[in-house]
Design a protein around this ligand. Structure first.
Ligand code: SF4
Length: 220
């Protein structure tokens, strides 16, 4: 396992390397709009959907309804049409409406600030709740783990985990807290552009000298 200084060195190199790439969409929405409801809804739309589609469909949906009050006035099929072509748009439309109703009924129209309460909302799991805490509420106590954040530290040889829950816990033990909040943002951009899922670009990778390339069978 890499020591703390090496881990910090790699994080800094990755942070620098991804400056030229676009921010992952949900973080971008969080930074720009400072609105936890929009972060939550965009995050739901983003599941198994490309960033560009999430960006376009979120914008379209928020132009019609950007609060739970306005959202519940739309029918599920109207929401579905607005977020098409996001994958699973029908299920997502149902969830968006359900969640908006719960927010109004239980939380006075606000997005809860406790992770356990967020995870009580339908369709909201560890990843979405951590993203809303980090990018919606600007809380620095979480490391949102998606496929990229799960894959890259395992390839680097820092951790040996399978599930996002295990990964979040393991990363919190080895990464200094001041790097937590932007960890997801930068590692997602790195995972979308350099350390991609299939055949990563190891030959032009900025952290190759520190990487154990665990389970990397093919690379470019
Ligand atoms: S060397 Fe390859 S596997 Fe390791 S972080 Fe870079 S791109 Fe990913």
């Amino acid at each position: 396992m890499a020591d703390k200084n090496e881990i910090i060195k790699v994080i800094k190199s990755i942070n620098k390397a991804v400056k030229k790439y676009k921010n992952p969409i949900v973080a971008e929405i969080g930074e720009k709009l400072n609105n936890p409801y929009k972060v939550l809804i965009s995050c739901l739309i983003s599941l198994r959907t490309k960033d560009q589609v999430t960006a376009e469909t979120s914008k379209r949906l928020f132009s019609k309804a950007d609060t739970p009050e306005k959202m519940i006035k739309l029918s599920e099929s109207q929401i579905g049409r607005l977020i098409l072509p996001a994958n699973y748009y029908k299920t997502k439309a149902k969830r968006i409406k359900e969640i908006s109703k719960i927010l109004l009924k239980k939380y006075n129209g606000n997005v809860p600030k406790k992770r356990e309460e967020l995870m009580g909302l339908p369709g909201v799991g560890p990843k979405t709740s951590a993203i809303v805490m980090s990018y919606g509420h600007f809380d620095k106590n979480y490391i949102p783990v998606d496929v990229h954040v799960n894959r890259i530290p395992n390839r680097l040889g820092w951790i040996k985990t399978k599930t996002p829950e295990e990964t979040e816990k393991a990363l919190m033990e080895i990464i200094p807290k001041n790097y937590w909040r932007m960890f997801n943002n930068n590692f997602v951009a790195f995972g979308q552009n350099i350390c991609v899922p299939v055949s990563p670009f190891c030959s032009k990778c900025q952290v190759r000298n520190y990487c154990k390339r665990v389970n990397v069978k093919n690379s470019r």
